[in-house]
Design a binder for this molecule. Structure first.
Ligand SMILES: [Zn+2]
Length: 304
């Protein structure tokens, strides 16, 4: 670690005295889960078309507040075959209403990962809580000129004229999502590498389109030496284990999103592989178990 990084670490103060990065090994692949922070989200957005008493009971069971929740926001860094891959980039720092999110860039640096070390970025989708970090002022100049940014072609196409008719978001959100996605496309078009259904970014690192949440929503599947881990992006939320058919207000095709979720959770329960997802509580490494017709998230023991 350079002297610069040490002074940076030392200057972060008490707000950094929370666990914000967690390393896990998948065979020969190194994975680092980094917390971008937390976002406030109205509880009703988690299940807008569910009986409000059912949602209230679920929140109560989980000791969560009934009105506004802190929604966790995780990204991951993957190292394989000499490549350093950032999967999603967090919210960025230009939203004054969300001061507790947008930590990805400085937490990467605190972990000793300079932006110039990142060879690839994989974006699960172009919602601002996944792509906003790339628009952090001054960041693009610090990234390598040959950076590859992997996005499903259906996702890039969708944001040219996005459809919000099946979403249920608070009023200012769709405009903010449109604006951030279009700024991302403007700024990173030259680095973008689109794929149709899947693409192997590095040995054992496969990005695979699922659709549902957004038309080009994708997940990242890691496999090495018999170990497997899936980064599910927004295909799985905390509420979705016990209530996989509940519709989240951010889903552009909620029925398809539920189908994707159920199929993925069934598969992960069958294989026993590890799951990490954007909005599960940090560090979010867990396994999926079945519980009758639904699922359970079984947190992995922390590996010290
Ligand atoms: Zn999200």
């Amino acid at each position: 670690m350079s002297v610069d990084n040490i002074s940076h670490l030392g200057s972060q103060g008490l707000d950094e005295l929370v666990p914000s990065r967690y390393a896990v090994q998948v065979g020969g692949i190194e994975v680092l889960v980094i917390s971008d922070g937390v976002l406030p989200i109205a509880a009703e957005t988690l299940a807008y078309d569910t009986d409000s008493a059912d949602l209230a009971a679920w929140l109560d069971d989980k000791f969560l507040p009934q009105d506004v929740l802190d929604w966790p926001l995780n990204v991951v860094v993957v190292r394989s075959g000499g490549r350093t891959i950032l999967v999603d980039a967090g919210l960025g720092v230009e939203f004054p209403d969300f001061p507790r999110a947008g930590q990805t860039v400085h937490r990467l640096e605190a972990a000793g990962i300079d932006p110039s070390a990142v060879t690839d970025v994989v974006l699960t989708h172009l919602h601002m809580d996944h792509v906003g970090g790339l628009l952090t002022q001054g960041l693009k100049e610090r990234l390598r000129p040959d950076l590859r940014v992997h996005v499903a072609s259906a996702e890039a196409e969708f944001w040219e004229a996005p459809d919000f008719s099946n979403t249920h978001m608070p009023a200012p959100v769709p405009d903010a999502l449109r604006s951030i996605a279009s700024r991302f496309l403007d700024e990173y078009r030259g680095q973008m590498r689109t794929f149709e259904s899947e693409y192997e970014v590095a040995p054992g690192v496969l990005v695979a389109r699922t659709g549902g949440h957004t038309p080009g929503h994708s997940i990242v599947r890691l496999a090495s030496g018999g170990d497997r881990l899936t980064f599910a992006g927004d295909a799985v939320f905390e509420v979705g284990f016990e209530n996989p058919e509940w519709h989240n207000g951010f889903e552009h095709d909620p029925d398809e999103a539920a189908r994707v979720r159920i199929q993925l959770l069934r598969e992960l329960a069958a294989t026993g592989e590890a799951l990490v997802a954007t909005h599960l509580p940090f560090p979010s490494v867990c396994h999926v178990a079945t519980a009758g017709d639904v699922f359970r998230c079984v947190p992995a023991a922390w590996d010290y």
